[in-house]
Design a protein around this ligand. Structure first.
Ligand SMILES: [Zn+2]
Length: 430
């Protein structure tokens, strides 16, 4: 073959490869456009006030250690614009306190490519919306423009924190325990967070590390939250029943007032008691039997083990079972790293063998607050929590301590309560 022929073939090949490459690039670009198109549709219905179609949307994931400034810069927003937005929203929300795992959505005008608004989901309940008023004129502006006297505004950015407006669907689930609640949720395609909330509603009366038995039955009614028809997360648990070894536990959610909302029994007594049943939250034992929390050693006067031992993975958070003051958070001989919480003149609780403290001496702690992490310090052969309850100076078995029910619903609200739980009660018990 002549050299010129070789060159011709080579050139031909190069053309062929590049053509293929560009074709591939184009497909990708189309793909992207399609994806963007989908996002746009979602936004149009999300953004009722703005009927202009086809916003360009940019979604930025907040990663660990990233600042607002960096995120805006990486999205091509100028420093001055980023600052303007920051300053305008500061009174409403401090954008410097962005949390990893959350996302910021930026909406750009398709024509001018200008930033129209910024949306940040603060938590599951609320979102920050910062709007460019040139694109979202207020009533006053519209009046002004109708008389042809539009002024150039000094600050065109307006921030507000809004409740996320979910669509809510009430669902009902029931099951029988075969291995663990977590496995049941997996097998039945139930959101794990819904089962965690159900367990939380019983956390004053049941210890989910120790109490559940094969054959226990349960039923629960809760809200599911949707945005534009897409499932987002479970919402409020409304009612639940758990039958543990034949014993019936029921809870009903009720809002007596803005300050008093929570779970009540069918008589209207709060099920929220002075102490939680267990010093480790269900969500940390939910991952199953082997790696989860389990009970290893009972309260036993004859052996002198006046405590309950829970084995769990190293680093599992430990919570205080009741409100109180931390009266010890230090290394204490065979207890290892120990936290002691004084609840009142009668009760205190001790937590031993911790790997790490989460509180310090003198601190106030609320029921359920994390006070430390499971470890194996002191006289211990493996990671576990040594949990003691002391009543008038005597170590007692916390599992046998009967505590009075919490504050009942006020007489004047009882009728409203019974009316609101009626249908749920029927559903749970039919
Ligand atoms: Zn122990």
């Amino acid at each position: 073959m002549k050299i010129t022929n070789k060159v011709t073939i080579l050139i031909f090949l190069i053309i062929l490869i590049s053509a293929g490459f560009f074709y591939f690039k184009n497909i990708q670009a189309e793909d992207n456009e399609e994806k963007l198109g989908e996002a746009e549709t979602v936004l149009e219905s999300e953004n009722d006030e703005n009927k202009t179609p086809k916003d360009i949307v940019q979604i930025i994931q907040v990663e660990d250690g990233q600042t607002y400034g960096e995120l805006m810069k990486s999205s091509g927003i100028s420093v001055s614009l980023a600052n303007e937005i920051y300053e305008s929203s500061l009174e409403t929300y401090d954008l410097a306190s962005l949390r990893a795992g959350k996302e910021i959505k930026l909406f750009f005008d398709p024509g001018s490519k200008e930033l129209k608004s910024l949306l940040y989901s603060i938590d599951s309940e609320s979102e920050l919306v910062v709007k460019n008023l040139n694109y979202f004129p207020t009533v006053a502006d519209l009046k002004a423009s109708s008389t042809e006297e539009v002024e150039v505004k000094e600050n065109i950015w307006q921030a507000e924190v809004k409740a996320i407006d979910y669509e809510v669907k009430v669902v009902e689930k029931e099951g029988e325990l075969a291995s663990s609640l977590y496995n049941w949720a997996l097998e039945n395609n139930v959101d794990e967070r819904a089962i965690i909330e159900m367990a939380n509603a019983f956390q004053w009366s049941l210890d989910f590390a120790m109490d559940p038995r094969v054959g226990d039955t349960f039923k629960f009614i809760y809200e599911e939250r949707y945005l534009n028809g897409n499932y987002i997360m479970p919402g409020q648990l409304l009612a639940a029943k758990y039958v543990n070894e034949g014993e019936n536990y029921e809870v009903y959610y009720f809002e007596e007032s803005e300050d008093n909302k929570g779970y009540f029994d069918r008589e209207g007594n709060s099920v929220q008691k002075m102490f939680l049943k267990a010093p480790v939250a269900f969500k940390y034992i939910s991952s199953g039997f082997t790696t989860g929390l389990r009970y290893i050693s009972a309260f036993n006067i004859s052996t002198g083990h006046r405590a309950i031992d829970y084995a769990a993975a190293y680093g599992t958070p430990i919570r205080t079972v009741g409100d109180g003051t931390v009266v010890m958070a230090k290394y204490n001989g065979s207890y290892g790293n120990m936290v002691s919480v004084r609840h009142n003149g009668t009760y205190s609780t001790n937590y031993g063998h911790m790997s790490k403290f989460a509180v310090s001496y003198g601190e106030k702690a609320k029921q359920g607050d994390i006070i430390g992490y499971i470890g194996s310090t002191g006289l211990s052969t493996g990671p576990h929590l040594h949990y003691e309850m002391v009543k008038n100076g005597v170590k007692i078995n916390p599992l046998l301590e009967v505590l009075p029910p919490g504050e009942p619903i006020k007489e004047e609200n009882k009728e409203r309560f019974f009316e609101s739980i009626k249908s749920w009660q029927e559903k749970l018990n039919n």
